[in-house]
Design a protein around this ligand. Sequence first.
Ligand SMILES: C[S@@+](CC[C@H](N)C(=O)[O-])C[C@H]1O[C@@H](n2cnc3c(N)ncnc32)[C@H](O)[C@@H]1O
Length: 220
Amino acid sequence: MKFLYRSFSKLLSRWNFYFIRSLLYDPKDRILLKENLDFVRHKILELCSAEIDKNKVSGDVAELGVYKGDFAKEINEVFPNKTFFLFDTFSGFDKKEMEKDQQQFGTNYQCFSDTTIELVRKRMKYPDLCVFKKGYFPDTTNDMDNKFCFVSIDVDLYDPIINGLNFFYPRLEKNGYIFVHDFNNKEFKGARTAVIEYCLQNNIGYVPIPDVSGSVIITK
Ligand SMILES: C[S@@+](CC[C@H](N)C(=O)[O-])C[C@H]1O[C@@H](n2cnc3c(N)ncnc32)[C@H](O)[C@@H]1O
């Protein structure tokens, strides 16, 4: 059945018609295509990058939680003139952070260790713009005083999301955006808790979006 779905989806995509894969928390099985990208998230990224461009928002772009670079590839493509910082251990979750989330939120996580910087770099359209920050975040930010116009936080767990917001939000330019993945994903309850706590404490608004994993967008 999935094969039929996929073939039909591929066929339709030639004319720019798409089946959109369901939200993970939505039981309906709809399918997406174009290398499995998340159509809603991709389109919102395009729109946000266009706003950043139109408003001439300065600052760099970043992703915290890169893994094999699926979303990083899209970010790099829509920001052809921006330095792109890619933060990841490139060896999977920090053990302590993972165990803490498992205890607190009862979730089991994939390891994410099967990746390398070279693998990710090869997938980038503008590799020369990419600065890889390998290691435990936020230790990898010690030498940085950059400002940002766009940030994707996709680290699944409570601690690195809070650390990511603590680092990036004060450095976000006006009219810039932060996407946080998994806000509305029942599998990753720490993500939702981290965003709500940080936004409440700092009096920040956010917009949940209906992408595959239920991301949320924060702006300034
Ligand atoms: C869900 S994956 C990222 C998926 C990726 N954004 C994509 O488009 O496929 C989560 C990543 O966060 C990274 N990560 C989690 N906690 C981290 C931390 N404290 N420091 C650095 N990287 C971390 C993991 O190594 C993993 O690669």
